[in-house]
Design a protein around this ligand. Structure first.
Ligand code: FDA
Length: 302
């Protein structure tokens, strides 16, 4: 119930105003977000790379309602690519993109056009792109954009959410050769008509999906912090060639485990940066009630 309330708050403008104006929030946000600026992202990436970890960069932002804002989101990625190229950080790095930030809710093909520009620029410098998956109302449109992008950029990946009842079918369509699928549990509040509601049901769906992906011809990206799921994935991965799959975790979560896994597997960290951290931060609080306690404690202890 608490996580449902936090996910509802993630969509509330009133709560956004309240949470983002609290001066002490920043210290807690910094645990999950590299910083507001590109220089903060670069610093985080250098540290992670030095520890043997690959990265995927998320310029924070979502639910864009205006064309200019969508173009600004696209430009932020293009700027990041130039800085990464200049800094020698591009090879093997990935960019995570939310189509809602690029204008998915706006008429026409704005999000596709913006995503195309992002992919073209990423491809030129040896980076890949992965589409984040947002709430269930956006899945069809995201998969449609993915299909169009993959025509020109076969390496574009997508996140698929185990909590959605439809996802097993989507995975079966996505296990073709070279297909990069980031398998996540799902971070949005969804109705029972489209999503499993219980933790165990979601976990079982996640394990089933792991089997499908690891038996398929694509490139599985196991994006979870759950020790049980990681253990299952490692057992299944033993049958695959090294380098034909990877593990992924979020910046600031289970950092020691990220480094441990990197000894034996390719391990990628999702690094969010930018000033629009509110929605991302609230989803991280919702995933783990202990984070909320930590957040509230930071106020009390001052
Ligand atoms: P679970 O929630 O069961 O957590 C297992 C354990 O991990 C916890 O017991 C705790 O130790 C640790 N943990 C998990 N979340 C934590 C947190 N917030 N703070 C501290 N510890 C935590 N979702 C989505 O809907 N669309 C997307 O595009 C993406 N993209 C994405 C990329 C990557 C690289 C990752 C790792 C995750 C996503 N997600 C996502 C989020 C995902 O759907 C899911 O909400 C979180 O990963 C939490 O689920 P776990 O699989 O980690 O398991």
């Amino acid at each position: 119930m608490l996580s449902t309330a936090l996910l509802a708050a993630a969509r509330s403008e009133r709560m956004r105003g309240l949470v983002t104006s609290m001066p002490l929030t920043r210290g807690v946000v910094d645990r999950f977000v590299a910083g507001d600026g590109l220089d903060d992202a670069v610093r985080a990436v250098r540290e992670l790379n030095a520890a043997g970890l690959s990265v995927t960069l998320d310029h924070l932002g979502e639910d864009t309602r205006e064309r200019a804002q969508a173009e600004a989101a696209r430009d932020a990625y293009l700027r990041m690519f130039s800085v990464f190229e200049e800094g020698g950080l591009a090879a093997g790095a990935d960019a995570s993109v939310k189509l809602s930030a690029l204008g998915q809710a706006l008429p026409g093909e704005l999000a596709l056009d913006n995503a195309r520009e992002i992919c073209a620029a990423a491809g030129r410098i040896g980076m890949t792109v992965t589409l984040d998956m947002e709430d269930h109302t956006t899945v069809d449109s995201t998969l449609e954009v993915l299909g169009k992008l993959r025509g020109d950029f076969p390496w574009v990946g997508v996140a698929v959410q185990a909590m959605l009842r439809r996802s097993e079918g989507d995975l079966r369509d996505l296990v073709d050769e070279g297909s990069r699928v980031r398998w996540v549990k799902g971070a949005y509040a969804e109705p029972a008509s489209v999503a499993f509601q219980g933790r165990h049901e979601v976990d079982r769906a996640y394990a089933r999906g792991l089997r499908l992906l690891m038996d398929g011809d694509g490139y599985p990206m196991v994006a979870s912090h759950d020790p049980r799921m990681i253990e299952i994935a490692q057992l299944l991965a033993a049958r695959r060639q090294p380098g034909s799959y990877e593990f992924q975790m979020l910046y600031g979560i289970r950092a020691a485990e990220q480094r441990r896994l990197a000894q034996a597997h390719r391990m990628r960290v999702y690094v969010p940066y930018g000033a629009d951290w509110y929605g991302y931060f609230m989803r991280r609080l919702a995933e783990r009630p202990a984070n909320l306690v930590f957040f509230l404690r930071s106020f009390i202890s001052r």
